[in-house]
Design a binder for this molecule. Structure first.
Ligand code: ADP
Ligand code: MG
Length: 291
């Protein structure tokens, strides 16, 4: 494509609210074969609502459990954390003033020392590593959402579930891309059940669940080798390596992390997934100089 066409293309994208950081990405957009999409906050809104918190065993009551939960989650910036903190505060439970050693357990959850007790919160991977009873989640009425485990001093205390919604425009965005013969892959650290419930709402999306950040990178590399030009769209800090591994990395929305914004090659200024097929087709038009 000519420099003039490229300049026009970038300008046109800007009018759509899409920042393309260089003409070479327009070329890649024109040839894109696969798009890997993060689930939480990308295909979904990333605004969680707590469905249930259920104590396991008789050791501690719900109020006390919410106290451990909110004390740790008030330190976390994961999209699930805000919902859990709000849930506790609505039941008049406020976080402890003594929270130390907050840690992110990669791909599993979070932990901290609260009033001298080790509190660990996370997913099935964390639960199975700590030898917590995996069947405890059958106590939850709704297991299609994102589920979590909470323990104190290595002892399982509660299970909980949260609900997040698939973005309104996600199905339309996916079908437009598929019409352009772009394969769609969902990448998530969340469990299979939740990923599949999102998949059912989208149609024709390949699911990769229970992933660590390095698994996301590996899948991107495999897609590149097996199918050609591969894009990745994500919002989380832990998506940065996958964004960098892709031929073109997309980040979305001003709510996205600064890291993802910097690591991305194409930045969608609004949270509208339909912009993806718009810029892909723009790339094709620039390539054939019909802009
Ligand atoms: P993702 O962005 O796909 O959710 P992460 O690597 O951020 O992946 O987290 C992996 C998993 O760890 C999450 O899906 C969630 O189950 C769990 N997790 C992470 N942070 C928290 C938290 N603050 N509270 C509870 N669970 C968490
Ligand atoms: Mg994430």
């Amino acid at each position: 494509s000519t420099p003039v066409a490229v300049a026009c293309g970038i300008q046109h994208a800007a009018r759509l609210g899409v920042v393309i950081k260089g003409g070479s990405y327009l070329e890649i957009l024109a040839k894109i074969k696969c798009l890997a999409m993060d689930k939480t906050g990308t295909l979904t809104e990333g605004h969680f609502r707590v469905s249930e918190v259920v104590p396991v065993g008789e050791t501690e009551g719900l109020q006390q459990i919410l106290y451990w939960l909110t004390s740790v989650e008030s330190r976390s910036s994961h999209p699930m954390a805000a919902a859990l903190v709000t849930y506790a505060s609505l039941q008049d439970v406020v976080p402890s003033k003594s929270v130390t050693d907050f840690q992110i357990i990669e791909g599993e959850g979070v932990s901290a020392v609260v009033d001298g007790h080790l509190v660990e919160i996370g997913n099935a991977r964390l639960a199975s590593r700590l030898g917590w009873n995996n069947t405890a989640i059958t106590k939850l009425k709704n297991q299609t959402g994102t589920v979590g485990w909470l323990g104190k001093d290595h002892q399982l205390l509660a299970v909980f579930s949260l609900e997040d919604h698939v973005r309104e425009e996600a199905a339309e965005a996916v079908s437009s891309l598929k019409r352009m013969k772009v394969q769609i892959h969902m990448l998530t650290g969340d469990n299979h059940e939740t990923a599949q419930s999102v998949q059912r709402k989208l149609g024709g999306v390949t699911v990769h669940a229970g992933l660590l950040p390095q698994d996301k990178v590996r899948i991107i590399q495999e897609l590149k080798e097996n199918h050609g030009m591969t894009g990745m769209i994500g919002d989380g800090i832990n998506d940065a390596p996958a964004l960098a591994a892709a031929d073109v990395g997309f980040a979305m929305g001003l709510a996205g992390s600064a890291v993802a914004m910097e690591t991305s090659d194409v930045f969608l200024m609004t949270d509208d997934l339909r912009k993806l097929s718009m810029v892909a087709s723009l790339g094709r038009r620039v390539r054939t100089k019909v802009i």
